[in-house]
Design a protein around this ligand. Structure first.
Ligand SMILES: NC(=O)c1ccc[n+]([C@@H]2O[C@H](COP(=O)([O-])OP(=O)(O)OC[C@H]3O[C@@H](n4cnc5c(N)ncnc54)[C@H](OP(=O)(O)O)[C@@H]3O)[C@@H](O)[C@H]2O)c1
Length: 279
């Protein structure tokens, strides 16, 4: 399979490293349907992965004051790529985020692909806007990931993030182990699967568990202070409420696609992260 990856950032690069010769990782800035059509003509892929987006630097709070860039990169860009793929009759897998769900679902069950979301931040609203329109088009899959946690160090890896914070909240969350994500993406691309997919490891993990594994496998001298969720805003550690949630997938199992349980996959990733750090 020949996969054209648009967006040479953290996760696009991770996919390309794994898929090797099957991947074409494009760093070309695309601004129009014609730009994307040109890339498709040049590379003749079997499928396209949209790994481009605007996630904010140093973090997502940047998006709160850069609405135009955030909407351009997370709403207009995916629609532009989707139009080009439709014109060329090429399957598109678009990367969405599970951070569009804030807090527990009112009935207490995990958020699934049929649920309408309740995004509040500029970034999450812009991402959800793309999901809403792309999900009306054929030949497109939307893969929602959350808090990517990786065996390779990177500033966007949840292990690097959480271990660098002096004050941490203790909450249960759904998250995505990057190795598993890459494997699921490949299967979705192979199947040309249309619709929305929650690409999060089943179950949840508490931040305390992650840092316990971090101290066990990576750095026994690590320490942090535990704070309440509401303190993040009160102490000025974030300028917008963050999403914490538990998600599930109805649609992956229907395709015979399964991910490892969250706790098992996270512990394994932290162990591999420790090994990588020692090299
Ligand atoms: N990382 C996370 O925590 C997370 C969680 C959930 C979902 N996601 C989604 O996953 C996707 C990839 O995220 P990531 O973490 O890999 O972010 P990233 O490292 O910032 O990568 C995104 C890449 O897209 C590029 N890009 C932006 N606009 C573009 C355009 N018009 N044409 C071509 N490339 C463009 C960026 O280039 P420049 O840097 O040069 O602008 C960057 O290289 C995004 O859609 C994001 O919303 C990420």
């Amino acid at each position: 399979m020949k996969i054209l990856i648009i967006g040479k950032g953290y996760l696009g690069t991770r996919c390309a490293e794994t898929w090797k010769d099957e991947a074409i990782l494009s760093d070309k800035v695309v601004e129009s349907v014609e730009d994307v059509e040109k890339l498709i003509d040049e590379h003749q892929p079997d499928a396209v992965l949209n790994a481009a987006g605007v996630v904010g630097k140093p973090n997502v709070d940047w998006c709160e004051t850069h609405q135009a860039e955030t909407i351009e990169g997370n709403t207009i860009l995916p629609i532009t790529i989707a139009r080009a793929c439709a014109n060329k009759n090429i399957y598109l897998l678009h990367m969405g985020t599970g951070c569009i769900f804030y807090g527990p679902k009112p009935d207490g069950t995990p958020w699934d692909e049929d649920d309408f979301a309740n995004p509040s931040a500029v970034y999450t609203r812009a991402k959800y806007a793309a999901d809403l329109v792309l999900s009306t088009m054929d030949n497109i899959g939307i893969a929602r990931i959350r808090m990517p946690l990786d065996s390779r160090p990177h500033r966007a890896n949840f292990i690097d993030k959480i271990s660098s914070f002096a004050k941490v909240i203790s909450v249960d969350n759904s998250l995505t182990v990057v190795e598993d994500m890459i494997d699921v993406f490949y299967q979705l691309l192979e199947k040309r699967a249309s619709g929305i997919f929650h690409v999060t490891n089943p179950g949840s993990v508490n931040h305390k568990e992650i840092l316990t594994w971090y101290e066990q496998y990576v750095d026994p001298s690590h320490s942090n202070e535990w704070i309440e969720e509401g303190d993040l805003l009160k102490l000025g550690l974030t300028n917008k409420k963050r999403s914490n949630n538990i998600m599930t997938s109805k649609n992956l199992p229907k395709l015979g696609i399964h991910m490892r349980p969250a706790k098992e996959a996270v512990e394994d990733a932290v162990k591999k992260y420790a090994e990588f750090k020692k090299q």
